[in-house]
Design a protein around this ligand. Structure first.
Ligand code: SF4
Length: 74
């Protein structure tokens, strides 16, 4: 992963740049929220991103924070 996309938290942990800003926006995210977005490092995305489930309660909360409705039921 390009080092410019991350910020070191401590010697063992880093976070994606932009995720502690308000509104949060990961530096690897491309596109426009509410229209079309994509992860620019999808193949190399970190484990929290791999574990995040589309349509989960956490997904609904994250969408609500930026004014988006929950995803429709599959
Ligand atoms: S999935 Fe990609 S764009 Fe989304 S937070 Fe993770 S690294 Fe950033």
């Amino acid at each position: 992963m390009p080092s410019g996309l991350t910020v070191e938290v401590n010697g063992n942990t880093a976070r994606m740049r932009g995720t502690d800003h308000w509104p949060p926006r990961c530096a690897a995210l491309t596109g426009k929220l509410g229209e079309q977005v994509a992860c620019g490092i999808y193949e190399w995305r970190p484990s929290p991103c791999r574990e995040f489930e589309e349509g989960s309660e956490a997904c609904h909360r994250a969408r609500a924070k930026v004014g988006l409705p929950p995803l429709p039921e599959a």
